[in-house]
Design a protein around this ligand. Structure first.
Ligand code: SF4
Length: 227
């Protein structure tokens, strides 16, 4: 029997972050994540309080056909944590449909072959494996406090070779002047590969314009929310 993937949502939008910012993309957000970050912005993929009552199950071919119908420049496979699933059948269906697939992962799990682009955004609760950091085309560090950049650079800085290491304010801290200053100072001090980043799709509300998208369920860095 064909593998069925648990799907949190699919939608057509544009990539709101990183090197491919602003490009037309079809998003597939798979259900499930064991990492459980306090500031997760897609808690409906894992948090008991926010998971949908019914989770769609879709085959690899079904997802590829749905993506193809939107004629995207590429598909973004995200989560949750997509790499907890066996992605080999999905990648085969995407390849048959001549669709390029970009991956967004925390890097704690092995990465299937065939991705056109890999973004690794490491998380403290489950740190990245060196093979994932070595595969990353770009790294995205979530800057939750002014010390985050130094902590990540010390922990795994030697393991990435990506030419772009994005520094994104954790979204609930996006107006925190100390977090923004830390990002600015890091870029001014070190230059490449560090780059100041932002989740541009959020102020646009770009993803929510597709009725297939699910209302966001951000935890906002609040540990009392029960992860
Ligand atoms: S931010 Fe990503 S890695 Fe962390 S809990 Fe949410 S989906 Fe999982």
């Amino acid at each position: 029997m064909a593998e069925l993937y648990p799907v949190n949502e699919t939608f057509l939008s544009w990539q709101g972050e990183g090197v491919h910012l602003g490009r037309k993309a079809f998003f597939i957000r798979l259900q499930g994540c064991p990492v459980k970050c306090a500031w997760c912005d897609s808690a409906s993929t894992w948090h008991p309080q926010f998971v949908p009552k019914l989770v769609r199950k879709a085959s690899a071919d079904e997802l590829a056909a749905e993506a193809l119908a939107s004629r995207p420049e590429f598909v973004v496979l995200t989560g949750g944590e997509p790499c907890i699933h066996d992605l080999t059948p999905l990648m085969a269906s995407m390849a048959s449909a001549s669709l390029k697939v970009h991956l967004e992962t925390c890097g704690a799990y092995p990465i299937a072959s065939g991705f056109a682009w890999v973004t690794v955004s490491p998380k403290w609760a489950k740190p990245p494996i060196s093979a994932a950091l070595a595969r990353a085309d770009e790294v995205k560090l979530i800057v939750e406090d002014p010390q985050s950049i130094a902590r990540w650079t010390e922990a795994v800085g030697g393991a990435w070779s990506a030419p772009n290491v994005w520094l994104h304010p954790e979204w609930s801290q996006r107006a925190n002047p100390l977090v923004l200053k830390a990002i600015t100072e890091q870029v001014k001090e070190a230059g490449a590969p560090y780059r100041a980043g932002w989740q541009v799709h959020k102020p646009y509300a770009a993803d929510t314009l597709d009725p297939r998208s699910r209302p966001s369920a951000p935890l906002g860095g609040d540990p009392s929310k029960g992860f």
